[in-house]
Design a protein around this ligand. Structure first.
Ligand code: ARG
Length: 467
Protein backbone atom coordinates (compact mmCIF):
# COMPACT_ATOMS: atom_id res chain seq x y z
CA UNK A 1 0.00 0.00 0.00
CA UNK A 2 1.09 3.61 0.53
CA UNK A 3 4.70 4.32 1.47
CA UNK A 4 5.61 6.25 4.64
CA UNK A 5 5.30 9.76 3.24
CA UNK A 6 2.03 9.42 1.37
CA UNK A 7 0.69 7.55 4.38
CA UNK A 8 1.41 10.58 6.58
CA UNK A 9 -0.23 12.78 4.01
CA UNK A 10 -3.40 10.73 3.82
CA UNK A 11 -3.63 10.45 7.58
CA UNK A 12 -3.19 14.22 7.93
CA UNK A 13 -5.93 14.77 5.40
CA UNK A 14 -8.21 12.61 7.47
CA UNK A 15 -7.42 14.33 10.73
CA UNK A 16 -7.64 17.84 9.33
CA UNK A 17 -5.42 20.86 9.99
CA UNK A 18 -5.21 20.84 13.76
CA UNK A 19 -3.07 17.69 13.77
CA UNK A 20 -1.06 18.79 10.72
CA UNK A 21 2.26 17.98 12.38
CA UNK A 22 1.08 14.41 13.02
CA UNK A 23 0.48 12.61 16.26
CA UNK A 24 3.62 11.79 18.17
CA UNK A 25 4.65 8.28 18.91
CA UNK A 26 2.93 8.09 22.28
CA UNK A 27 -0.34 9.37 20.90
CA UNK A 28 -0.13 6.91 18.07
CA UNK A 29 0.55 4.13 20.52
CA UNK A 30 -2.39 4.90 22.78
CA UNK A 31 -4.78 5.89 20.05
CA UNK A 32 -4.36 3.21 17.43
CA UNK A 33 -6.70 0.23 17.50
CA UNK A 34 -5.77 -1.31 14.16
CA UNK A 35 -3.68 -3.94 15.95
CA UNK A 36 -6.87 -5.60 17.12
CA UNK A 37 -9.81 -4.08 15.23
CA UNK A 38 -8.49 -5.36 11.90
CA UNK A 39 -10.39 -8.46 12.95
CA UNK A 40 -13.50 -6.48 11.96
CA UNK A 41 -12.45 -6.00 8.33
CA UNK A 42 -15.16 -8.19 6.80
CA UNK A 43 -17.89 -6.55 8.87
CA UNK A 44 -16.53 -3.10 8.05
CA UNK A 45 -16.58 -3.79 4.33
CA UNK A 46 -20.02 -5.40 4.41
CA UNK A 47 -21.35 -2.38 6.30
CA UNK A 48 -19.82 0.04 3.81
CA UNK A 49 -21.23 -1.84 0.83
CA UNK A 50 -24.72 -1.74 2.37
CA UNK A 51 -24.34 1.95 3.24
CA UNK A 52 -23.11 2.95 -0.24
CA UNK A 53 -25.86 0.93 -1.92
CA UNK A 54 -28.47 2.68 0.21
CA UNK A 55 -26.93 6.12 -0.46
CA UNK A 56 -27.20 5.51 -4.22
CA UNK A 57 -30.72 4.11 -3.92
CA UNK A 58 -31.76 7.28 -2.10
CA UNK A 59 -30.09 9.50 -4.71
CA UNK A 60 -27.55 10.80 -2.18
CA UNK A 61 -24.60 9.60 -4.26
CA UNK A 62 -24.53 8.68 -7.95
CA UNK A 63 -24.81 5.12 -9.21
CA UNK A 64 -21.35 5.45 -10.83
CA UNK A 65 -19.74 6.46 -7.55
CA UNK A 66 -21.51 3.63 -5.77
CA UNK A 67 -20.22 1.13 -8.33
CA UNK A 68 -16.68 2.42 -7.93
CA UNK A 69 -16.98 2.25 -4.15
CA UNK A 70 -18.38 -1.29 -4.13
CA UNK A 71 -15.80 -2.49 -6.60
CA UNK A 72 -12.99 -0.87 -4.62
CA UNK A 73 -14.26 -2.42 -1.39
CA UNK A 74 -14.31 -5.85 -3.05
CA UNK A 75 -10.71 -5.38 -4.07
CA UNK A 76 -9.77 -4.38 -0.53
CA UNK A 77 -11.52 -7.46 0.83
CA UNK A 78 -9.45 -9.75 -1.38
CA UNK A 79 -6.29 -7.82 -0.57
CA UNK A 80 -6.88 -8.33 3.15
CA UNK A 81 -7.82 -11.96 2.72
CA UNK A 82 -4.77 -12.75 0.63
CA UNK A 83 -2.47 -10.97 3.11
CA UNK A 84 -1.45 -8.32 0.55
CA UNK A 85 -3.05 -5.42 2.44
CA UNK A 86 -0.69 -3.31 4.51
CA UNK A 87 -2.31 -2.06 7.65
CA UNK A 88 -1.05 1.26 8.90
CA UNK A 89 -1.01 2.31 12.52
CA UNK A 90 -0.94 5.96 11.52
CA UNK A 91 -4.40 5.42 10.10
CA UNK A 92 -5.56 4.44 13.56
CA UNK A 93 -8.26 1.89 12.97
CA UNK A 94 -9.85 -0.47 10.47
CA UNK A 95 -12.34 2.15 9.28
CA UNK A 96 -9.67 4.66 8.25
CA UNK A 97 -7.37 1.98 6.87
CA UNK A 98 -10.10 0.78 4.53
CA UNK A 99 -11.19 4.27 3.57
CA UNK A 100 -7.67 5.47 2.83
CA UNK A 101 -7.00 2.45 0.64
CA UNK A 102 -10.28 3.06 -1.15
CA UNK A 103 -9.14 6.62 -1.92
CA UNK A 104 -5.91 5.27 -3.41
CA UNK A 105 -7.84 2.77 -5.49
CA UNK A 106 -10.76 4.82 -6.78
CA UNK A 107 -9.90 8.47 -6.15
CA UNK A 108 -12.33 11.17 -5.04
CA UNK A 109 -15.45 8.95 -5.16
CA UNK A 110 -14.10 7.29 -1.99
CA UNK A 111 -14.77 10.49 -0.10
CA UNK A 112 -18.50 10.14 -0.72
CA UNK A 113 -18.79 6.87 1.22
CA UNK A 114 -18.67 8.60 4.57
CA UNK A 115 -21.73 10.74 3.76
CA UNK A 116 -24.41 10.46 6.48
CA UNK A 117 -22.30 8.27 8.70
CA UNK A 118 -19.64 8.58 11.37
CA UNK A 119 -17.08 6.20 12.73
CA UNK A 120 -19.29 6.09 15.82
CA UNK A 121 -22.16 4.29 14.12
CA UNK A 122 -19.70 2.48 11.88
CA UNK A 123 -17.83 0.86 14.75
CA UNK A 124 -21.09 0.10 16.56
CA UNK A 125 -22.23 -1.69 13.40
CA UNK A 126 -19.03 -3.62 12.78
CA UNK A 127 -18.76 -4.77 16.36
CA UNK A 128 -22.42 -5.76 16.58
CA UNK A 129 -22.13 -7.82 13.42
CA UNK A 130 -19.07 -9.53 14.84
CA UNK A 131 -20.65 -10.27 18.22
CA UNK A 132 -23.83 -11.51 16.56
CA UNK A 133 -21.85 -14.01 14.49
CA UNK A 134 -19.95 -15.07 17.58
CA UNK A 135 -23.21 -15.65 19.46
CA UNK A 136 -24.41 -17.80 16.57
CA UNK A 137 -21.17 -19.80 16.71
CA UNK A 138 -21.56 -20.21 20.47
CA UNK A 139 -25.09 -21.46 19.96
CA UNK A 140 -23.86 -24.14 17.57
CA UNK A 141 -20.97 -25.11 19.83
CA UNK A 142 -23.29 -25.51 22.81
CA UNK A 143 -25.61 -27.65 20.71
CA UNK A 144 -22.69 -29.97 19.93
CA UNK A 145 -21.75 -30.17 23.61
CA UNK A 146 -25.33 -30.92 24.62
CA UNK A 147 -25.52 -33.61 21.98
CA UNK A 148 -22.31 -35.23 23.32
CA UNK A 149 -23.86 -35.31 26.79
CA UNK A 150 -27.16 -36.73 25.51
CA UNK A 151 -25.28 -39.62 23.89
CA UNK A 152 -23.32 -40.36 27.07
CA UNK A 153 -26.47 -40.05 29.18
CA UNK A 154 -28.32 -42.51 27.01
CA UNK A 155 -25.45 -44.95 27.13
CA UNK A 156 -25.27 -44.65 30.93
CA UNK A 157 -28.90 -44.21 31.96
CA UNK A 158 -28.50 -47.33 34.18
CA UNK A 159 -24.93 -46.76 35.38
CA UNK A 160 -25.05 -46.18 39.11
CA UNK A 161 -22.63 -43.76 40.74
CA UNK A 162 -22.53 -41.99 44.07
CA UNK A 163 -24.30 -38.63 44.13
CA UNK A 164 -22.53 -36.09 46.30
CA UNK A 165 -23.34 -33.14 48.48
CA UNK A 166 -20.39 -31.36 50.11
CA UNK A 167 -18.38 -33.83 48.00
CA UNK A 168 -19.45 -36.46 50.55
CA UNK A 169 -21.34 -39.51 49.34
CA UNK A 170 -25.03 -38.65 49.58
CA UNK A 171 -27.33 -40.96 47.61
CA UNK A 172 -26.86 -43.20 44.60
CA UNK A 173 -27.68 -41.55 41.28
CA UNK A 174 -27.02 -42.60 37.70
CA UNK A 175 -24.22 -41.28 35.55
CA UNK A 176 -26.86 -40.56 32.92
CA UNK A 177 -28.69 -38.35 35.40
CA UNK A 178 -25.47 -36.54 36.27
CA UNK A 179 -24.78 -35.92 32.56
CA UNK A 180 -28.28 -34.55 32.16
CA UNK A 181 -27.60 -31.98 34.89
CA UNK A 182 -25.00 -30.49 32.52
CA UNK A 183 -27.45 -30.66 29.64
CA UNK A 184 -29.78 -28.45 31.69
CA UNK A 185 -26.98 -25.97 32.43
CA UNK A 186 -25.69 -25.74 28.88
CA UNK A 187 -29.27 -25.66 27.62
CA UNK A 188 -29.88 -22.54 29.73
CA UNK A 189 -26.63 -21.03 28.44
CA UNK A 190 -27.83 -21.62 24.91
CA UNK A 191 -31.18 -20.03 25.61
CA UNK A 192 -29.37 -16.99 27.05
CA UNK A 193 -27.40 -16.82 23.79
CA UNK A 194 -30.62 -16.91 21.78
CA UNK A 195 -32.14 -14.11 23.84
CA UNK A 196 -29.00 -12.02 23.43
CA UNK A 197 -29.20 -12.38 19.65
CA UNK A 198 -32.79 -11.18 19.85
CA UNK A 199 -31.85 -8.14 21.99
CA UNK A 200 -29.05 -7.01 19.75
CA UNK A 201 -30.64 -7.69 16.39
CA UNK A 202 -30.95 -3.99 15.49
CA UNK A 203 -28.86 -2.05 12.98
CA UNK A 204 -26.83 0.91 14.29
CA UNK A 205 -25.79 2.34 10.91
CA UNK A 206 -27.34 5.73 10.15
CA UNK A 207 -27.25 6.97 13.74
CA UNK A 208 -24.23 8.95 12.48
CA UNK A 209 -22.15 10.70 15.15
CA UNK A 210 -25.02 10.67 17.67
CA UNK A 211 -27.86 12.82 16.37
CA UNK A 212 -28.87 11.13 13.15
CA UNK A 213 -28.51 12.96 9.82
CA UNK A 214 -30.31 15.41 7.56
CA UNK A 215 -29.64 13.28 4.48
CA UNK A 216 -32.66 11.27 3.35
CA UNK A 217 -31.18 7.89 4.29
CA UNK A 218 -33.17 4.67 4.61
CA UNK A 219 -32.11 2.87 7.74
CA UNK A 220 -34.64 0.09 7.20
CA UNK A 221 -32.96 -0.71 3.92
CA UNK A 222 -29.47 -1.02 5.45
CA UNK A 223 -30.86 -2.97 8.40
CA UNK A 224 -32.41 -5.49 6.02
CA UNK A 225 -29.33 -5.72 3.81
CA UNK A 226 -27.17 -6.49 6.84
CA UNK A 227 -29.51 -9.14 8.21
CA UNK A 228 -30.85 -7.18 11.17
CA UNK A 229 -34.49 -7.36 12.23
CA UNK A 230 -34.85 -3.55 12.25
CA UNK A 231 -32.85 -0.35 12.82
CA UNK A 232 -32.16 0.89 16.37
CA UNK A 233 -34.66 3.49 17.53
CA UNK A 234 -32.48 6.08 19.30
CA UNK A 235 -29.37 7.49 17.69
CA UNK A 236 -27.80 8.58 21.00
CA UNK A 237 -28.26 5.13 22.54
CA UNK A 238 -27.00 3.52 19.35
CA UNK A 239 -23.53 5.01 19.47
CA UNK A 240 -23.13 4.74 23.24
CA UNK A 241 -24.55 1.27 23.80
CA UNK A 242 -22.19 -1.61 24.40
CA UNK A 243 -24.52 -3.80 26.36
CA UNK A 244 -24.62 -6.30 23.52
CA UNK A 245 -20.93 -6.86 24.28
CA UNK A 246 -21.55 -6.95 28.02
CA UNK A 247 -24.34 -9.43 27.48
CA UNK A 248 -22.05 -11.63 25.44
CA UNK A 249 -19.44 -11.48 28.20
CA UNK A 250 -21.96 -12.23 30.96
CA UNK A 251 -23.29 -15.20 29.07
CA UNK A 252 -19.73 -16.32 28.36
CA UNK A 253 -18.86 -16.00 32.05
CA UNK A 254 -21.82 -18.07 33.18
CA UNK A 255 -21.14 -20.73 30.53
CA UNK A 256 -17.45 -20.73 31.47
CA UNK A 257 -18.43 -21.21 35.11
CA UNK A 258 -20.46 -24.26 34.11
CA UNK A 259 -17.54 -25.54 32.05
CA UNK A 260 -15.22 -24.97 34.98
CA UNK A 261 -17.37 -27.00 37.37
CA UNK A 262 -17.42 -29.81 34.84
CA UNK A 263 -13.66 -29.48 34.40
CA UNK A 264 -13.22 -29.77 38.16
CA UNK A 265 -15.35 -32.92 38.21
CA UNK A 266 -13.31 -34.41 35.39
CA UNK A 267 -10.12 -33.65 37.31
CA UNK A 268 -11.54 -35.37 40.41
CA UNK A 269 -13.08 -38.31 38.56
CA UNK A 270 -9.89 -39.08 36.69
CA UNK A 271 -7.71 -39.40 39.83
CA UNK A 272 -6.68 -42.97 40.70
CA UNK A 273 -8.53 -42.50 44.01
CA UNK A 274 -11.87 -41.93 42.28
CA UNK A 275 -11.13 -43.68 39.00
CA UNK A 276 -14.62 -42.98 37.64
CA UNK A 277 -13.34 -42.09 34.19
CA UNK A 278 -10.27 -42.47 32.05
CA UNK A 279 -9.44 -39.57 29.76
CA UNK A 280 -8.31 -40.26 26.24
CA UNK A 281 -4.65 -39.62 25.42
CA UNK A 282 -5.79 -36.81 23.17
CA UNK A 283 -6.95 -34.75 26.14
CA UNK A 284 -4.28 -35.60 28.70
CA UNK A 285 -0.52 -35.55 29.00
CA UNK A 286 2.10 -37.69 30.65
CA UNK A 287 4.62 -36.50 33.18
CA UNK A 288 8.24 -36.06 32.12
CA UNK A 289 9.46 -37.63 35.34
CA UNK A 290 6.66 -39.84 36.72
CA UNK A 291 5.84 -42.52 34.14
CA UNK A 292 2.60 -43.62 35.80
CA UNK A 293 0.95 -40.22 35.51
CA UNK A 294 -1.77 -39.08 33.17
CA UNK A 295 -2.65 -35.46 33.75
CA UNK A 296 -6.01 -33.92 32.86
CA UNK A 297 -4.40 -30.81 31.31
CA UNK A 298 -7.23 -29.95 28.96
CA UNK A 299 -9.74 -29.94 31.83
CA UNK A 300 -7.42 -27.83 33.96
CA UNK A 301 -7.00 -25.30 31.17
CA UNK A 302 -10.75 -25.10 30.63
CA UNK A 303 -11.04 -24.39 34.37
CA UNK A 304 -8.41 -21.66 34.02
CA UNK A 305 -9.99 -20.03 30.95
CA UNK A 306 -12.93 -19.17 33.17
CA UNK A 307 -10.68 -16.70 35.00
CA UNK A 308 -9.83 -14.90 31.78
CA UNK A 309 -13.43 -14.78 30.62
CA UNK A 310 -14.72 -13.49 33.96
CA UNK A 311 -11.90 -10.95 33.91
CA UNK A 312 -13.02 -9.66 30.52
CA UNK A 313 -16.54 -9.12 31.80
CA UNK A 314 -15.32 -7.14 34.81
CA UNK A 315 -12.91 -5.15 32.63
CA UNK A 316 -15.59 -4.01 30.19
CA UNK A 317 -18.14 -3.31 32.93
CA UNK A 318 -15.52 -1.10 34.52
CA UNK A 319 -14.71 0.67 31.24
CA UNK A 320 -18.39 1.45 30.65
CA UNK A 321 -19.43 2.53 34.13
CA UNK A 322 -19.60 6.28 34.45
CA UNK A 323 -19.28 7.10 30.73
CA UNK A 324 -21.52 10.01 29.82
CA UNK A 325 -23.65 9.63 26.67
CA UNK A 326 -22.89 9.33 23.84
CA UNK A 327 -19.59 8.00 22.39
CA UNK A 328 -16.31 8.25 24.29
CA UNK A 329 -12.98 6.85 23.13
CA UNK A 330 -12.91 4.65 26.22
CA UNK A 331 -15.25 2.42 24.25
CA UNK A 332 -12.46 1.44 21.89
CA UNK A 333 -11.30 -0.78 24.76
CA UNK A 334 -14.36 -2.99 24.34
CA UNK A 335 -13.02 -5.16 21.55
CA UNK A 336 -9.99 -6.92 22.95
CA UNK A 337 -11.98 -8.12 25.95
CA UNK A 338 -14.66 -9.60 23.76
CA UNK A 339 -12.20 -11.09 21.24
CA UNK A 340 -10.19 -12.74 23.97
CA UNK A 341 -13.23 -14.08 25.81
CA UNK A 342 -14.77 -15.37 22.57
CA UNK A 343 -11.63 -17.23 21.62
CA UNK A 344 -11.30 -18.75 25.08
CA UNK A 345 -14.95 -19.77 25.22
CA UNK A 346 -14.93 -21.35 21.79
CA UNK A 347 -11.85 -23.35 22.66
CA UNK A 348 -13.15 -24.37 26.07
CA UNK A 349 -16.46 -25.64 24.66
CA UNK A 350 -14.68 -27.56 21.89
CA UNK A 351 -12.24 -29.15 24.35
CA UNK A 352 -15.06 -30.13 26.67
CA UNK A 353 -17.12 -31.63 23.86
CA UNK A 354 -14.10 -33.71 22.89
CA UNK A 355 -13.44 -34.85 26.45
CA UNK A 356 -17.06 -35.81 27.07
CA UNK A 357 -17.19 -37.82 23.85
CA UNK A 358 -13.82 -39.50 24.36
CA UNK A 359 -13.69 -40.34 28.05
CA UNK A 360 -14.01 -43.94 29.16
CA UNK A 361 -16.65 -44.33 31.84
CA UNK A 362 -15.64 -46.92 34.44
CA UNK A 363 -19.06 -48.19 35.47
CA UNK A 364 -17.59 -50.84 37.81
CA UNK A 365 -15.70 -48.22 39.81
CA UNK A 366 -18.71 -45.94 39.95
CA UNK A 367 -20.95 -48.73 41.18
CA UNK A 368 -18.48 -49.86 43.85
CA UNK A 369 -18.20 -46.29 45.12
CA UNK A 370 -21.98 -45.87 45.03
CA UNK A 371 -22.42 -48.81 47.37
CA UNK A 372 -19.99 -47.56 49.98
CA UNK A 373 -20.43 -44.65 52.32
CA UNK A 374 -23.93 -45.74 53.48
CA UNK A 375 -25.47 -44.14 50.41
CA UNK A 376 -28.72 -46.06 50.84
CA UNK A 377 -29.33 -44.80 54.38
CA UNK A 378 -32.17 -42.57 53.12
CA UNK A 379 -33.73 -45.65 51.51
CA UNK A 380 -33.71 -47.43 54.87
CA UNK A 381 -35.33 -44.41 56.53
CA UNK A 382 -37.94 -44.17 53.75
CA UNK A 383 -38.67 -47.93 54.15
CA UNK A 384 -39.25 -47.46 57.88
CA UNK A 385 -41.74 -44.69 57.11
CA UNK A 386 -43.51 -46.64 54.39
CA UNK A 387 -43.49 -50.19 55.78
CA UNK A 388 -43.24 -49.73 59.53
CA UNK A 389 -45.28 -46.53 59.83
CA UNK A 390 -42.56 -44.56 61.66
CA UNK A 391 -42.58 -40.75 61.50
CA UNK A 392 -39.66 -39.66 59.27
CA UNK A 393 -37.75 -38.05 62.14
CA UNK A 394 -37.83 -41.33 64.15
CA UNK A 395 -36.89 -43.30 61.03
CA UNK A 396 -33.93 -40.93 60.56
CA UNK A 397 -32.84 -41.66 64.14
CA UNK A 398 -33.17 -45.44 63.75
CA UNK A 399 -31.21 -45.29 60.49
CA UNK A 400 -28.49 -43.28 62.20
CA UNK A 401 -28.10 -46.06 64.72
CA UNK A 402 -27.93 -48.66 61.95
CA UNK A 403 -25.18 -46.66 60.22
CA UNK A 404 -23.29 -46.41 63.52
CA UNK A 405 -23.55 -50.18 63.97
CA UNK A 406 -22.33 -50.84 60.42
CA UNK A 407 -19.46 -48.43 60.97
CA UNK A 408 -18.55 -50.24 64.17
CA UNK A 409 -18.62 -53.57 62.32
CA UNK A 410 -16.73 -52.15 59.38
CA UNK A 411 -19.40 -53.16 56.87
CA UNK A 412 -22.06 -51.61 54.62
CA UNK A 413 -25.72 -51.29 55.58
CA UNK A 414 -26.72 -54.16 53.29
CA UNK A 415 -24.21 -56.42 55.08
CA UNK A 416 -25.84 -56.07 58.50
CA UNK A 417 -27.82 -59.12 59.55
CA UNK A 418 -31.56 -59.01 60.10
CA UNK A 419 -30.91 -59.64 63.78
CA UNK A 420 -28.58 -56.63 63.88
CA UNK A 421 -31.25 -54.43 62.32
CA UNK A 422 -34.01 -55.80 64.54
CA UNK A 423 -31.89 -55.07 67.60
CA UNK A 424 -32.28 -51.42 66.64
CA UNK A 425 -35.94 -51.60 65.70
CA UNK A 426 -37.99 -54.81 65.92
CA UNK A 427 -40.41 -53.69 63.19
CA UNK A 428 -37.74 -54.26 60.54
CA UNK A 429 -38.31 -57.37 58.37
CA UNK A 430 -36.19 -59.22 55.82
CA UNK A 431 -37.90 -57.25 53.06
CA UNK A 432 -35.78 -54.26 53.97
CA UNK A 433 -32.85 -55.80 52.07
CA UNK A 434 -34.73 -55.15 48.81
CA UNK A 435 -34.20 -51.42 49.21
CA UNK A 436 -30.63 -51.42 50.43
CA UNK A 437 -29.01 -52.05 47.04
CA UNK A 438 -27.96 -49.08 44.95
CA UNK A 439 -29.95 -50.28 41.90
CA UNK A 440 -33.14 -50.46 43.96
CA UNK A 441 -32.41 -47.05 45.38
CA UNK A 442 -32.14 -45.30 42.00
CA UNK A 443 -34.98 -47.30 40.41
CA UNK A 444 -37.39 -46.04 43.06
CA UNK A 445 -36.64 -42.34 42.51
CA UNK A 446 -39.23 -41.87 39.80
CA UNK A 447 -40.39 -38.41 40.83
CA UNK A 448 -40.36 -35.92 37.94
CA UNK A 449 -36.72 -35.03 37.31
CA UNK A 450 -35.53 -37.83 39.60
CA UNK A 451 -32.65 -40.23 39.04
CA UNK A 452 -34.58 -43.40 38.12
CA UNK A 453 -33.34 -44.70 34.74
CA UNK A 454 -36.88 -44.57 33.34
CA UNK A 455 -37.20 -40.93 34.33
CA UNK A 456 -33.76 -40.04 32.98
CA UNK A 457 -34.72 -41.61 29.64
CA UNK A 458 -37.78 -39.35 29.55
CA UNK A 459 -35.55 -36.31 30.13
CA UNK A 460 -33.23 -37.44 27.35
CA UNK A 461 -36.16 -37.80 24.95
CA UNK A 462 -37.40 -34.31 25.90
CA UNK A 463 -34.00 -32.81 25.08
CA UNK A 464 -33.52 -34.83 21.90
CA UNK A 465 -36.71 -33.28 20.58
CA UNK A 466 -35.26 -29.83 21.28
CA UNK A 467 -31.63 -30.18 20.27
N1 ARG B 1 -11.57 3.02 16.69
C1 ARG B 1 -12.73 3.63 17.28
C2 ARG B 1 -13.37 2.65 18.27
O1 ARG B 1 -13.04 1.50 18.24
C3 ARG B 1 -13.72 3.99 16.22
C4 ARG B 1 -14.62 5.09 16.57
C5 ARG B 1 -13.91 6.36 16.63
N2 ARG B 1 -14.81 7.45 16.85
C6 ARG B 1 -14.36 8.67 17.26
N3 ARG B 1 -15.25 9.59 17.44
N4 ARG B 1 -13.11 8.88 17.51
O2 ARG B 1 -14.17 3.03 19.09
Amino acid sequence: MADGSSETKSSNQMWGGRFASGPDAIMEEINASIGFDKKLYAQDIRGSVAHATMLAHQGIISAEDKDKIVHGLDTILSEIESGAFEFSRRLEDIHMNVEARLATLIGPAAGRLHTARSRNDQVALDFRLWVKEELQKTERALTALISAFLDRAEEHADTVMPGFTHLQTAQPVTFGHHCMAYVEMFGRDRSRVRHAIEHMDESPIGAAALAGTGFPIDRHMTAKALGFREPTRNSIDTVSDRDFALEFLSIASIAATHLSRLAEEIVIWSTPQFGFIRLSDAFSTGSSIMPQKKNPDAAELVRAKTGRINGSLIALLTVMKGLPLAYSKDMQEDKEQVFDAAESLELAIAAMTGMVRDMTVRADRMKAAAGSGYSTATDLADWLVREAGLPFRDAHHVTGRAVALAEQKGCDLADLSLADLQSINPAITGKVFDVLTVEASVARRTSFGGTAPAEVRKQIAWWRARN
